[in-house]
Each structure stands twice: as structure tokens, then as C-alpha cells.
Design a protein around this ligand. Structure first.
Ligand code: IMP
Ligand code: MG
Length: 178
């Protein structure tokens, strides 16, 4: 791959922010049964770090959502799988996502999970991309706001590459490439 990577958020900044988010979740949810619903695959690295800093009991589960396929542009259609078997009725639920971009994916997830009658449903995302005209999403726990650029690293991919980078990078495709 001849893509160029421009550093955007260092591993050190991420670590500090993830600890702060985990502290907030710990303080807000003491005493209620809590489930983290982790969105595959991109949020796994963030969730692994986050959950080890949460100081109250919780359970985890996973849901798969995809809209990008192999492209750097959202296809506009969100495919969910596995959400039906989640056992979250009466639970306080936090959906853990890597990035909210157009908001399509998280909106589809929130709609599907609401059908399963959780006691509450909140969003925790590492990144929130700011794009003109996107519909506003209520995000309770947010790591960083980022500009409208395609990013990789810390779990996030481009065509399945770069998930292992410890920080977040902006992907700059080669000249003349897509
Ligand atoms: P949305 O539906 O447009 O909000 O897109 C959200 C989903 O698309 C996230 O769960 C990510 O998996 C993926 N995504 C959006 N923007 C990026 C990006 O810049 N890099 C990698 N994945 C992204
Ligand atoms: Mg995703």
C-alpha cells in the first residue's frame, strides 16, 4: 500500500482520554446492571482499553455493523447482524463505537437496540467526525472531535489494513488513486 499516513491523535493522548471516559462511565453507572455493546470490528481496540479502566461490574456483548465495505465512502446502507440475540432487556446499555461519521450506523443501531427494551441506551464513541449536514446525534461519552477526514489506526481500518497502529492517523491516498 502506498497510502500516506498523517498523525492525528497520539497513543499517549488516546490513553489519557480513554481513562477519563472510563472514569465518567464508572461514576455514572454505579449500582445498575450495565452492558457494553461493542460494535465490530473497529471498536474492539478502544473497547479493550476502555473496559480495563471501568471500575464497576458490567458484561459485554458484540454487534456487527457495516456500511463501508472496502471503500472509504459510506455506502449509505447499514447492515446489522447479531443484534437480535442480545440479552439487554432492563439493562443500562452503552454502545461502544470507534467513530460516528454520518451517524447512519449509530442511528440504525440505536433503533434496533431500542426494540430490545433496555432501561437506558447511551453512546460512547472514540471519535466524532464533523461533516456538514450530518444529523445531530446525542453522544454521552466522546473521546475526540475530528475534522472530516478518513482516519485509520487504533482499531480503525481502510480495507482491513492499519487496525494495529497505536495512534489515529489521517489516510492520504496516493495522487491519482481513489
Ligand atoms: P457512519 O454510519 O457514516 O456514521 O459511519 C460509521 C462507521 O463507518 C464506523 O463504525 C466506522 O466503522 C466506519 N467509518 C466511518 N468513518 C471512518 C473513517 O474515517 N475511518 C475508518 N472507518 C470509518
Ligand atoms: Mg464501525
Amino acid at each position: 500500500m502506498s497510502d500516506r499516513l498523517r498523525p492525528l491523535i497520539s497513543a499517549r493522548r488516546i490513553k489519557k482520554r480513554v481513562a477519563e471516559l472510563a472514569g465518567q462511565i464508572t461514576a455514572d453507572h454505579d449500582g445498575a446492571p450495565l452492558t457494553l455493546v461493542i460494535v465490530l470490528k473497529g471498536a474492539t481496540v478502544f473497547a479493550a482499553d476502555l473496559m480495563r479502566q471501568i471500575g464497576i461490574p458490567f458484561v459485554i456483548d458484540f454487534v456487527r455493523a457495516s456500511s463501508y465495505g472496502k471503500a472509504a465512502q459510506s455506502s449509505g446502507t447499514v447492515l446489522l447482524s447479531d443484534e437480535q440475540r442480545l440479552d439487554i432487556a432492563g439493562h443500562r446499555v452503552i454502545v461502544v463505537e470507534d467513530i460516528v461519521d454520518t451517524g447512519l450506523t449509530i442511528s440504525a443501531l440505536v433503533a434496533a437496540l431500542t426494540q430490545l427494551a433496555p432501561a437506558s441506551l447511551e453512546i460512547c464513541t472514540l471519535l466524532h467526525k464533523h461533516i456538514a449536514g450530518a444529523k445531530p446525534i446525542m453522544i454521552r461519552y466522546k473521546g475526540f472531535d475530528i475534522p472530516d477526514a478518513f482516519v485509520v489506526g487504533y482499531g480503525m481500518d481502510y480495507a482491513e489494513h492499519y487496525r494495529n497502529l497505536p495512534g489515529v492517523y489521517q489516510l492520504i491516498p496516493p495522487e491519482g488513486g481513489n
